[in-house]
Every structure is written in C-alpha cells, then in structure tokens.
Design a protein around this ligand. Sequence first.
Ligand code: ATP
Length: 236
Amino acid sequence: MLEVMDLTKKYGKTLAADHIGFTVPDGRIGILLGPNGAGKSTVIKSIAGLLRYKGMIRIQGQDARSLEAKRSFAYVPELPYMYDALTVREHIEFITRAYGTAVTEEEAERLLGRFELTDKQEKLGNELSKGMMQKVSICCALVIRPRVILLDEPMVGLDPAAIKELKTVILELKADGCTVLISTHMLEMVKELWDVTFVMDKGHIVGTYPREAVADEDLEALYFSVTGQADRKEGI
Ligand code: ATP
C-alpha cells in the first residue's frame, strides 16, 4: 500500500508538486498520467526518497524515509543508472546481496531470459544500449521482491517484446498483491494495466479515475478535458 499525503515540492520558485494526495492499495496498479512537466517524476522521486519534500508518504504503513519502507519498495528510474565496472549478472548479485533477498541462480537466469539478456550477462554496464540498461534496471527492481514498485516512464526506450514482457510482469506483481505506481504521458501504454488513474497537470492532481467508474475511451476524453489539451490530441 502506498499513501501520499499533502506532498509539496518546490525547485526554487517552481512549485512542481502542490499538496498532492493519493493512495494505491495492495494489489492495485495506479497510474500518474500527465503532460510533460506536470510533476510526475517529482512525485515518484519524492516517494523514492531522492528529493526533500513537505508532506507525508507511507509505504506499507511505514514512513517512506524509514529503513523498513526502503526494504519493501523498488524504483525503476526514467533514466537507468548502471555501474560501469559491474557486469549485468553482477548488478543482479549486488542488489540481491544489498537487500538480502534469496534469489537462486535459476531464478536470476529465468528473469534475465524473460528480458532477452541471457547473452548479455557478462557485458559491463557501460557496454549496454539504453534499452538494455532499462531492462537490467527492471530486473534489479524485481529481484528484491518488492511490495511496492515505482516505475517512471518504464516503456520508453523498450522494444515491443520487452514492453509486452514488462506488462506481463506488472500483472503478475499485481496478482501477487504488490502495489504498482507507473508514471507516463502515454495512456496507450497502460491501457490494459490501470486500476486507478491520477491525472496530473501543473503540479496538481486534476482528476482521479477508478477503473470501475471510467471506461478506457472515456478516460482519454477526460484527460484532454481536465488538462485543457482538448485541441492537441497527438502524443497521448
Ligand atoms: P516529463 O513527462 O517531461 O518527464 P514530469 O511530469 O515528470 O515531466 P517533472 O520532471 O516532475 O515533470 O517536472 C515538474 C516541474 O518541475 C517542471 O516545471 C520542471 O521544469 C521542474 N523541475 C523538475 N526537476 C527540476 C530541477 N531539478 N530543478 C528545477 N526545476 C525542476
């Protein structure tokens, strides 16, 4: 369960998140949807503990800044970060040791295989393409067996096979009771995934739409109406 309460973040004079509040329960997929600059990454980075902010964020009922919370969530950043001196396989090993998760060789093999990284295992972080880095970053997030996972624009830069696999993985996490938060500016990418969509614009949540209440095709129209982008329909 992820709870964000009264989250406010300023960069100098720019108010990037203005009293943001939302909850994503266990086993649900929440989407932060909004145009470029809406504040989505700011919210995700605040939850991940990478920014100072005002307000309260709880992960599995614990203050997000606590060690207990940090142990239970994973974060896939918009721009993947690799360690130059570690191979793909060593990235997985490093993360599992740091989190103390019991992942067997076979499980790690299977995970890398799902993202077509089997033959890249011995490559160093700085020898990978951006898409490969993104896939390693996703694998590193999965091996810690998170109870809450944050994915910032996770499909950008992935090939169609990896996008399909990632969607399958996200639905498996949901079925396992994990809380998922995905940020995106492309509704098309999360069509079959979302349980609740929070539309962000200019640092505010301007609409909250549970799937039970809103059909996919209506969500698109609502998005354009609440963000005032009704005349610029390309790019969602
Ligand atoms: P995108 O879809 O383009 O990734 P976003 O919705 O994730 O956008 P943010 O990256 O959270 O938006 O940015 C929200 C606002 O905060 C924007 O006005 C942006 O210019 C500003 N901003 C983001 N990071 C910084 C920073 N490090 N310093 C100053 N301003 C920033």
